[in-house]
Design a protein around this ligand. Structure first.
Ligand code: ARG
Length: 462
């Protein structure tokens, strides 16, 4: 095996240890980015007068050929090479000989690998964001279809207050919107050109880094070559964004698992996303949702594993940093697969209005009863106490507020007037909310319109 560094050694590397250190089996995913970076580097060297025009032209022509070959035949990007950088350089030298051997002048793989991963994330993050928008689209469409349907909102997994089903769906959308932003922030973190850093101290050739940054679409150049050789904050930011997105997906899944189960029955899962049991013929299991919930641990593990790798590193490049790529690729693949599965589930989710509405009435209107009394002048703390007593009595009798006659209401307090009957309903409860973030139907409709407008701004109206 020929390596980029064999001159220093008088024996061949140990095969097992070489294989252990090689990264080509996974960093081949950076092939396109490695060629992109090398094309720009060749141009920068030519501009600086380091490469002759003829050599630069030969390198650029050959790199285009290598890129084309890799595009049309991805399986070709493989071999005994240590990493993708060695592979591209070997191909280049096989094509054009000595001119190819001039490309690495003034450059180190330390900055090259950072550049490649930055370019990679810049290409791939927008695809994850588009996948998030597909799920947001699905939530928005289910919210629109739910109309004025109500369900309980829960605290402590106990029925708390009635809300619109749309409000519940938009709650998950709100979290996913933050994930979309967080991914944009990770892309912005990656948006700095590391070239010019050399192995650690900078490069001896007068390459115009500002020109290179613009040429490769970066908005800035790194500030310090030592920092740049081991700065992977953009990897940490990406893994954190991916982890939180998975945490949010996991919570969506958990809600749907519970609310589409036999006990709640607010939703029905489409058969196409459900699985059966090998033994119990009646079972309809939410496997994809459970799997996304399970895989969340894997992505969070990638983040914590990566931060643990970083924490003890001395400054400058260290081979430990090679662990960044598998973490990024695995987190990316897991998040992409999870987003697609959850989108399909949500797109096919059917609401059972009656079951949801039935669960959204009854004693969870207690806060509304207390607020009614507050409206009649009773201090809230006294109202709370009185409604607590009413609740206790109603529970003992197996009844709820809706079954009380006006005489019975008035036995608890003379402040209850005939209007209480109309006021203590699920519908009146949601309509009584006053704030823009509440489940008040006009507020929810405005939130849904805002989301749809935001989505249309990216992908056009559907
Ligand atoms: N495969 C290496 C990585 O992923 C590339 C950089 C190698 N640099 C070095 N000095 N060995 O980090």
């Amino acid at each position: 095996m020929s390596t980029l560094w064999s001159g220093r050694f008088d024996t061949e590397p140990n095969a097992a240890v070489f294989e252990f250190g090689a990264s080509f089996r996974f960093d081949r995913r950076l092939f396109e980015d490695d060629v992109t970076g090398s094309l720009a580097w060749a141009e920068a060297l030519a501009n600086a007068g380091v490469l002759s025009k003829a050599d630069a032209d030969a390198i650029i022509g050959a790199l285009h050929g290598i890129a084309e070959r890799g595009r049309t035949d991805p399986a070709w990007v493989s071999g005994p090479d240590e990493d993708v950088h060695s592979f591209v350089e070997r191909q280049l030298v096989e094509r054009i000989g000595d001119a190819g051997k001039r490309l690495h002048t003034g450059r180190s793989r330390n900055e090259q690998v950072s550049l490649d991963l930055r370019l990679y994330l810049r290409r791939r993050i927008p695809l994850l964001q588009a996948a998030i928008r597909r799920l947001l689209r699905a939530l928005a469409s289910r919210a629109a279809a739910a109309g004025d349907a109500c369900m309980p909102a829960y605290t402590h997994l106990r029925r708390a207050q009635p809300v619109l089903v749309a409000h519940f769906l938009l709650a998950h959308a709100a979290a996913l919107r933050r994930d979309h932003e967080r991914l944009a922030a990770a892309a912005a973190e990656a948006d700095a050109l590391p070239l010019g850093s050399g192995a650690v101290a900078g490069t001896n050739y007068a390459v115009d880094t500002a020109w290179l940054a613009a040429r490769l679409g970066f908005s800035r150049v790194v500030a310090n070559s030592i920092d740049a050789s081991s700065d992977r904050d953009f990897v940490s930011a990406f893994l954190h964004a991916a982890s939180l997105a998975m945490v949010h997906l996991s919570r969506i899944c958990e809600d749907i698992i519970v609310f589409a189960g036999e006990e709640a029955g607010f939703f029905e899962l489409s058969d196409a996303v459900s699985t059966g049991s090998s033994m119990m013929p009646q079972k309809k299991n939410p496997d994809p949702l459970e799997l996304v919930r399970g895989k969340t641990g894997r992505v969070v593990g990638r983040l914590t594993g990566w931060l643990t790798t970083m924490k003890g590193l001395p400054s400058g490049y260290n081979k430990d940093l090679q662990e960044d790529k598998e973490a990024v690729f695995d987190a990316e693949d897991t998040l992409a697969g999870s987003l697609e599965s959850v989108s399909v589930v949500v797109e096919g989710l059917v609401l059972n209005r009656e079951r949801a509405a039935a669960a959204a009435s009854g004693l969870l209107l207690a806060t509304d009863v207390a607020d009614y009394l507050v409206g009649k002048g009773l201090p809230f703390r006294r109202a709370h106490e009185l409604v607590g007593l009413m609740t206790r009595r109603l529970l003992e009798a197996g009844r709820d507020f809706a079954s009380l006659s006006i005489e019975e209401w008035q036995q608890y307090s003379e402040l209850f007037g005939p209007d209480v009957v109309a006021r203590i309903t699920t519908r009146a409860s949601v309509e009584a909310r006053q704030t823009p973030q509440s489940t008040q139907p006009a507020a929810v409709a405005a939130a849904l319109r805002e989301l749809q407008g935001w989505l249309d701004g990216f992908d056009g109206p559907r």
